[in-house]
Design a binder for this molecule. Sequence first.
Ligand code: FCB
Length: 465
Amino acid sequence: MSNRNDFPEGFLWGAATASFQIEGATTEGGRGPSIWDTFAKTPGKVLGGDTGDPADDHYHRYADDVALMSQLNLGAYRFSIAWPRIIPEGTGAVNQEGIDFYDRLVDTLLAAGIQPWATLYHWDLPQPLEDAGGWPHRDTAYRFRDYAQVVADALGDRVSNWMTVNEPWCSAFLGYQNGHHAPGHKDDAAALAAAHHLLLGHGLATEAIRSTGRPARVGLAHNQAVIRPHGPSAADARAARRADGVRNRIFTDPLLKGRYPADVIEDLAHISDFSFLVDGDLEITSAPMDFLGINYYTPEFVAASAKGLDPALVSGEGGAWLGAEPEEVHVSQGLPVTHMGWEIDPTGMYDVIMRLAGESGGIDLYVTENGCAFEDTVTEDGEVNDTERIAYYEGHLRAAKEAVEAGAPLRGYFAWSLLDNFEWAWGYSRRFGLVHVDYETQKRTVKDSGHWYAELAKTGSFPQR
Ligand code: FCB
């Protein structure tokens, strides 16, 4: 047996969650309502009418959950802070009880030797800010800065790794363009303004965190899409270029290059004149990041038209993404899928890491989310035999290892997710955890994948199976 581990010394092993998905206790501790409370209570928006309660009741059970993390040998825990717990109205008065909760969580993590990695915005915008215009409204970015300042002042003595925003694409486009997520609007121009203000908010929050003068590393968690043309035609390549523009470069260019891509501005000219862009904004959005978080689940294949394709492979209608031409579609490759219907393709993981390694100028990269939903059940012996999830993790982590060996500055990996939780519009029907949660009793059961991951985290090498 060789002594060399599969992953380098110091590679960080973590797991991720988000406040609204696990905390529950949505009306306790002085928390104000968020857009996800409102959305979930709107009939027809979330499968089964599920809401943010009880979730995993993590608000009360956080100490047990940190003990579980220790059992899984985690070196780091990525969690998000609920803005409506800290500033219930979105602006103005600070709720000390909210700060106290995260204080306790952070102290418990540190006592267990687990690094806290905090995300400031994982989609739970205070409802009063949405009522005032939400992310399409420029002021929201400044309110986000104020909130970031409060949190950095309170926790910055113990938290040194920060992610400002989680997946700005989802917030802007699922929230304001196709309405699948809160607040459920369908307004193309508003979605573009929201995307810009999320980036602006990211830059302003970065300044706020750094203004504390404490040692802090700041980044964001970006769900860069792996867009591939379905076929070799020039038309499919063009569709892929357009989809990549509005899905990826509209975020990475302002973040990494301080500009919007000219082709994207042109592609979207019929939707927006980009007048939301104010002089000086791009200096703020492109403040150098200390690291970039990558969230990856599945690749996306696109075609210029559904004509001549097997209809079983065409998903959805033409005009499949913002700014798409009327015939452009998403196509599946007929690969095995997870319970989300997402195709399993670890080569996408390799590609996304290598691409961002090339584009981000050598800053540290972390996979801040990667994982899969399957229909888990607890056996009579109290086990969850989720072999498909182990295979998913192993495949994707082997791709990550290849990327490291090819020179990518990938420094760590966070599994999505620590616990089964509220999977947004799918409610509690989709289970992503390394740990199974019985929502009736709140009993936690470490799945086989959790045991597998614990061994990997301990040794830095793939467990023998
Ligand atoms: C990502 C979200 C995360 C989780 C996973 C499955 O888009 O950031 O909260 O829902 O998908």
